[in-house]
Design a protein. Structure first.
Length: 413
């Protein structure tokens, strides 16, 4: 059942930190969403209390046939104890909770994508999960993580593969993770076990295998920095001991590309980055989805202006579906049931403003606009096209976030 998952040999970007070691392009995903994934050898013997929180308000005004609009008002909170028994071992234990203002029920087990959730099992009042992470540095370059891994934007997946909004709405990823950091290669491979099942269970087990890598052709501090990247995701749903009638399914996404960063490092104009990626989709196992394989083309240009990051991108695809990407990067309508798009093309424009308050504290505003150039909606069974074209619709989103991530030393052993 799981053999097809090991066909994912793609590898990818390293994980960078929220404080102290910013990457050259400090987007909102860097300063607000990414967590520190490095062992601090100087903290041997320390026991600390850590608070990690993102408060958010995000309004999605979507007018096209791709996806319905919705609003996300709320916050998630992690409260945990952190202990370094050795200089190369970090243990964290606590809980993770998510709240949406006005909500009285939440999905009862791990989930991603609140807006399209279709589960039937709910818990009342609040969604709370235990949190436990063991992180060991096996060497100067190699780290192994077990339990709650460094997920979300820490994987550095491109937007057609991963929607940054999931940093606000999804549960922490849990499983195991392998990290490798060197001068020329950053590597991240992980397993996120989303749903566990017992014998005669009425739901399928679900897990994700992912990998991402960045290869540096020269130093990131060079005037012109060139890099290459590989990324991949495989989501599997199935199980041998459940009693469901659902098909076993495996969905694959992959991406390969290159980019160049011009490090200007002036007072106002910091960096310019251009990137192109070839993106793929494959559905080798299962009989649920109409599309079995597809391809996409993603070109991005980003400019860092002081605390502002402005970016634009062009996306086109044919028969593409994303495992965790936004519906805007796909050929399937999540608003009109059973409808597909014929070779859609899209322009994207986004801007982030980040105001770093202090170490571990940051405030950000993010705006996004999606503009469709072409693509007609049709029904794959009847072959009939919708009366109007897919394009010429403008969809926009605006959100604010506050990241609070302080640490308090309790005891030095």
């Amino acid at each position: 059942m799981r053999k097809c998952l090991y066909n994912i040999c793609t590898i990818c970007l390293a994980v960078f930190v929220l404080s102290g070691r910013q990457e050259l392009f400090a987007q909102m995903t860097d300063q607000l969403y990414i967590s520190d994934s490095h062992i601090d050898t100087l903290r041997k013997g320390q026991l600390s209390l850590e608070i990690d929180n993102i408060s958010f308000f995000k309004n999605n005004e979507f007018n096209s046939t791709v996806q319905k609009g919705y609003t996300l008002p709320g916050f998630w909170l992690q409260l945990k104890a952190s202990h370094y028994p050795f200089s190369n071992l970090k243990i964290e234990s606590g809980f993770h909770s998510i709240w949406f203002w006005g909500s009285t029920r939440y999905p009862a087990f791990a989930y991603k994508g609140i807006s399209t959730w279709s589960g039937q099992d709910y818990a009342n009042n609040v969604h709370v999960l235990p949190y436990f992470r063991t992180h060991i540095a096996l060497s100067k370059n190699v780290d192994f993580v077990l339990g709650d891994i460094y997920g979300g934007s820490n994987h550095r997946l491109i937007e057609p593969l991963y929607n940054p909004e999931l940093n606000l709405t999804s549960d922490p990823e849990t499983g195991l993770q392998f990290l490798y950091h060197s001068k020329w290669l950053h590597f991240d491979m992980w397993v996120d076990w989303m749903t566990y099942i017992y014998k005669l269970d009425t739901k399928q087990e679900a897990f994700v295998v992912g990998g991402s890598a960045r290869f540096m052709a020269n130093s990131p501090e060079s005037p012109f920095h060139v890099y290459f990247q590989l990324q991949g995701l495989a989501q599997h749903r199935g199980g041998e001991i459940d009693v469901t009638n659902e098909d076993v399914q495996t969905i694959l996404n992959s991406a390969t590309g290159m980019g160049i960063t011009w490090n200007i490092n002036r007072k106002f104009l910091k960096h310019v980055n251009a990137e192109f990626d070839l993106v793929g989709y494959n559905f080798p196992k299962g009989h649920v989805y109409t599309l079995d394989k597809g391809v996409g083309y993603y070109a991005k240009l980003a400019v860092q202006l002081s605390d502002f990051n402005i970016r634009t991108s062009y996306w086109s695809c044919r028969n593409f579906m994303s495992v965790f990407g936004s519906a805007f990067y796909g050929s399937v309508s999540t608003k009109e049931s059973g409808m597909l798009y014929e070779n859609p093309e899209m322009l994207y424009l986004g801007a982030d403003y980040i105001y770093p308050l202090s170490k571990g504290f940051a405030f950000g505003i993010k705006t996004e606009t999606y503009y469709y150039l072409s693509g007609k909606m049709y029904h794959p069974v009847t072959g009939l096209y919708a009366p109007t074209a897919f394009g010429y619709n403008i969809n926009y989103s605006i959100g604010v976030c506050l990241r609070i991530n302080p640490s308090f030393l309790l005891k030095q052993y």
